[in-house]
Design a protein around this ligand. Structure first.
Ligand SMILES: *Cc1c(COP(=O)(O)O)cnc(C)c1O
Length: 477
């Protein structure tokens, strides 16, 4: 049970000590997970809004109408931002919940229209894992179409060819998380509409930055929002480029019938009548309040200004990476995400392995995200990459970051990754030992972890990850 009652000062001091273990959330040194706007007053208004709504239960907006008022303001903002003047939807707890609900709605809609058996969910290899989770939770078969290794998107016509009467939903991304590639949304949504199949645009990461991309000086984008005929729903995470505290995503539907299929309602028990628009029952209204307050503070002009900084910083980072011998940018990318692979066109002793580069750049103060290689269903292999999410504060750091990227590459150029055999002589490593080492040393050798994930069969590596995290978070003996 731990210690008995303590003073607030003691408790908060311990919490501060816990927080010292964390990666920095501000300052632009972590190029994934966090989206730093560089404007402290936004954090302050969010904190005050959270405090105001702290005691409220978001379960029942008729008892707490502030919840409905904040949500409808955010939906109205989303309607205009995503060009869906009559769209409806909800604020959810995050991208995963938005994706789960888009699939749940499509599945129930498919069943309501006479579908029977197990429906398919058509994705590509670059579609976010949240849709694999949705297929797993809700009993759909994920049909994963390979991406072209060169472009990072499905070959023209390939997603369309996978459509059929047993497809409950097809998903395209704007852009994809791994490589920052915008899918062929108009083509896929049009083909889906011809067959009366819903098409979801996963704009979890792009939804709050692409709307301002072109006016902020970024390269022109193909249309990707509700203006595209056949797009039936869009997810757009407010807690990414909406710059609000974690716990807020927007899910909008063009079609009211599909939107209604998102709800769960029952009067078949002895308690209060239940109607849940999202996955949870009782829920905090604090992240909704923080999201509402930050969005109201920024307004469209605030987002346009922050997007300008992201556009400039992205151009600078791309130019730096393009100048590094042995690396290349993967895919036909657009927007604020960059994936970097080995340049196979230079001789082996001039190549840079992105996973070794990630480790070398970390020693120089910047955290990039390693992404393992994947063998796709057609046998092609998408190579491993280093992922960078560019944020407004990156702009003030482009010289320092650029130097770290260049120097990091110089120290690992020509080096080969350790072989998976060298890492686990007896086959499978012990996840408990890895977790204990990570907890004791505070440092996890991610290069080795990713190398092992590539080498092991997928079920084995997924099982290892679960066992690892279970141990990592368990109370110590
Ligand atoms: C982040 C992301 C998600 C999942 O969102 P969470 O907020 O992490 O649950 C889904 N799709 C894309 C494209 C994303 O970038």
């Amino acid at each position: 049970m731990g210690a008995d009652a303590r003073t607030a000062d003691e408790v908060l001091a311990q919490l501060r000590a816990y927080r010292e273990h964390d990666a920095p959330t501000h300052g632009g040194r972590v190029l994934s997970y966090v989206y730093d706007h560089g404007r402290p007053e936004l954090d302050e208004v969010a904190a005050q809004a959270m405090r105001l709504l702290q005691p409220v239960n978001g379960l029942d907006p008729t008892t707490f109408p502030s919840v409905a008022l904040m949500e409808s303001d955010l939906v109205a903002f989303g309607r205009s931002m995503l060009h869906g003047p009559t769209a409806t939807g909800s604020v959810t707890s995050g991208g995963t919940e938005s994706c789960l609900l888009a699939v749940k709605a499509a599945r129930d809609h498919w069943v309501a229209r006479g579908g029977s058996g197990r429906p398919r969910l058509v994705l590509s290899s670059s579609t976010h894992a949240a849709f694999h989770k949705a297929a797993h939770y809700f009993g759909l078969d994920a049909h994963v179409v390979p991406v072209e290794v060169g472009t990072g998107r499905a070959a023209p016509g390939a997603l369309e060819a996978a459509l059929g009467p047993d497809v409950a939903l097809v998903v395209v991304s704007a852009p994809s998380y791994p490589h920052g590639v915008v899918d062929a949304i108009a083509e896929v949504a049009g083909a889906a509409a011809d067959l009366d199949i819903p098409c979801h645009v996963d704009a979890c990461v792009g939804g709050w930055v692409l709307p301002w991309w072109e006016e902020a000086g970024g390269d022109p984008l193909p249309q990707w929002d509700f203006r595209v005929p056949g797009v039936t729903s869009i997810s757009a995470d407010i807690h990414k480029y909406g710059y609000v505290p974690k716990g807020a995503s927007l899910l909008l539907f063009a079609d009211g019938e599909l939107d209604l299929a998102r709800y769960f309602a029952t009067t078949g028990w002895l308690g209060y009548p239940v109607v849940n628009p999202t996955m949870l029952g009782t829920r905090s209204a604090t992240s909704l309040a923080a999201a509402w307050a930050v969005v109201q503070t920024l307004g469209p002009s605030g987002y346009a200004g922050l997007t300008r900084r992201v556009v400039d910083a992205t151009a600078a980072v791309v130019a730096t990476v393009e100048g590094i011998e042995g690396l290349r940018i993967l895919g036909d990318r657009q927007g604020p995400l960059v994936a970097v692979a080995t340049d196979e066109d230079v001789e082996p002793q001039r190549r840079v392995d992105p996973l070794l580069w990630v480790a070398a750049v970390a020693e120089r103060g910047f955290v990039l995200q390693g992404q393992p290689a994947l063998e796709q269903s057609d046998g092609s292999v998408v190579p491993h990459t280093a992922h960078l999410t560019i944020t407004p504060v990156t702009e003030g750091l482009v010289d320092e970051l650029g130097a770290a990227l260049v120097e990091g590459a110089a120290v690992v150029r020509g080096h080969a990754l350790p072989s998976p055999e060298a890492l686990s002589a007896d086959g499978i490593p012990d996840p408990a030992a890895l977790a204990d080492a990570a907890r004791d040393g505070g440092d996890l050798d991610l290069t080795s972890v990713l190398t092992l994930i590539e080498a092991l069969p997928r079920e084995a590596s997924a099982g290892l990850l679960s066992a690892f995290l279970r141990r990592f978070t368990a109370p110590r003996a």
